[in-house]
Design a protein around this ligand. Structure first.
Ligand SMILES: [Zn+2]
Length: 106
């Protein structure tokens, strides 16, 4: 059985980390029109990389938030498709799984 109290604490720590990361990325995005053309071009490339990091972080953040929400509503570990219990082995490997192995496969 997954220890949900412990898991929730871990998820909340992770959520705070991800939120810090997202705001760091936002801060580092260049403000347009400041540097000359060449510097702007470099800054633009940097922005694209940062945006990708930002998007990936945002997606992870959403998953963590969803998992916390599911713990709070007592639905953590329940398959969203067939509403059966997801096996503990699967949850251990994939803490954010929202489908049981049968529904995920099928
Ligand atoms: Zn299922």
């Amino acid at each position: 059985m997954v220890d949900q109290v412990k898991l929730k604490a871990e998820l909340e720590t992770k959520l705070a980390e991800l939120q810090t990361r997202v705001s760091n990325v936002d801060n580092r995005l260049s403000s347009p029109g400041e540097a000359d053309w060449e510097e702007n071009a470099i800054a633009k490339e940097d922005d694209e990389v940062l945006n990708q990091i930002g998007n990936a972080t945002q997606e992870e953040l959403n998953e963590v938030q969803l998992a916390i929400h599911r713990i709070e509503s007592g639905k953590y570990g329940v398959c969203t498709t067939c509403e059966k219990q997801i096996s503990p082995e699967r949850l251990e490997a994939l803490p954010f799984a929202t489908n049981c192995i049968h529904c995920a496969a099928g």
